[in-house]
Design a protein around this ligand. Structure first.
Ligand SMILES: [Zn+2]
Length: 234
């Protein structure tokens, strides 16, 4: 086999190994992205639940204060009712006391509902925080595994790239740049052996005269149909 062919085949084997390793590295990305998105969504969920809880707690405090104020007012009205002597004033005072009592009853029932919602929202916040924490722990384990796998693959890649640089010095410059150009356009292979009378990649037949030259001198030709490098196999 012509040394150029031998050198290019070694280079191509290494390039393919590098490609596989690069694809393995890239394959981690969607999982890492999905995990990051899930964590963001969980954090947003916790923040939303906390905000809803805070709003309801504010409402609960306001109602407490309002009820306390109205109770005071009511007590004053009741005291006033005891104090009034004349019938006409007493009727008005009774109506006032009754109205205040109704308002207070409504407010008390509002407060009960708000207190119930505060309890529910607190439980929701706790549940979201718990599941977020569990997810975080799971992700930490998985991220550590991925980091270990990645660093192993990166180590292999460094070795393969160093080997590639060494192999490239064995190929003459014009041929190497031709190979690199073809390889950057079509990643699955740049140099093929003839298969019988045809291109090993696209199967277009190569004229006999060119094949004879290739076989005799070991030269590398370009397939006129698919553009890959061709050599006469053993
Ligand atoms: Zn071809």
């Amino acid at each position: 086999m012509h040394p150029d062919v031998e050198a290019l085949l070694a280079l191509q084997a290494d390039d393919q190994a590098i490609r596989v390793l690069e694809e393995q590295l890239a394959a981690f990305e969607p999982r890492l992205r999905a995990m990051a998105q899930a964590r963001t969504a969980a954090a947003d969920g916790v923040a939303g639940a906390q905000a809803a809880l805070a709003a309801e707690e504010r409402r609960q405090r306001d109602l407490h204060e309002q009820i306390a104020r109205h109770k005071q007012l009511h007590e004053r009205n009741v005291a006033h009712l005891d104090a009034v002597k004349r019938m006409r004033d007493a009727t008005a005072a009774v109506a006032q006391v009754e109205a205040a009592r109704r308002i207070l009853a409504e407010e008390e029932s509002d407060l009960q509902a708000v207190t119930r919602r505060v309890g529910e929202l607190r439980a929701a916040v706790e549940a979201q925080e718990r599941s977020g924490g569990e997810m975080q722990a799971q992700h930490a384990v998985e991220q550590e595994e991925i980091a270990a796998q990645r660093s192993e693959i990166e180590g292999q890649l460094t070795i393969a790239r160093t080997a590639r640089a060494g192999l490239a010095t064995h190929v003459n410059r014009p041929l190497l740049s031709k190979y690199d150009r073809i390889r950057s356009a079509r990643r699955d292979g740049a140099i093929y052996a003839l298969r019988g009378p045809s291109c090993g990649n696209c199967d277009t037949s190569v004229p006999m005269q060119r094949r004879n030259v290739m076989a005799a001198s070991g030269t590398i030709e370009v397939c006129e149909t698919c553009g890959v490098l061709l050599y006469a196999g053993a």
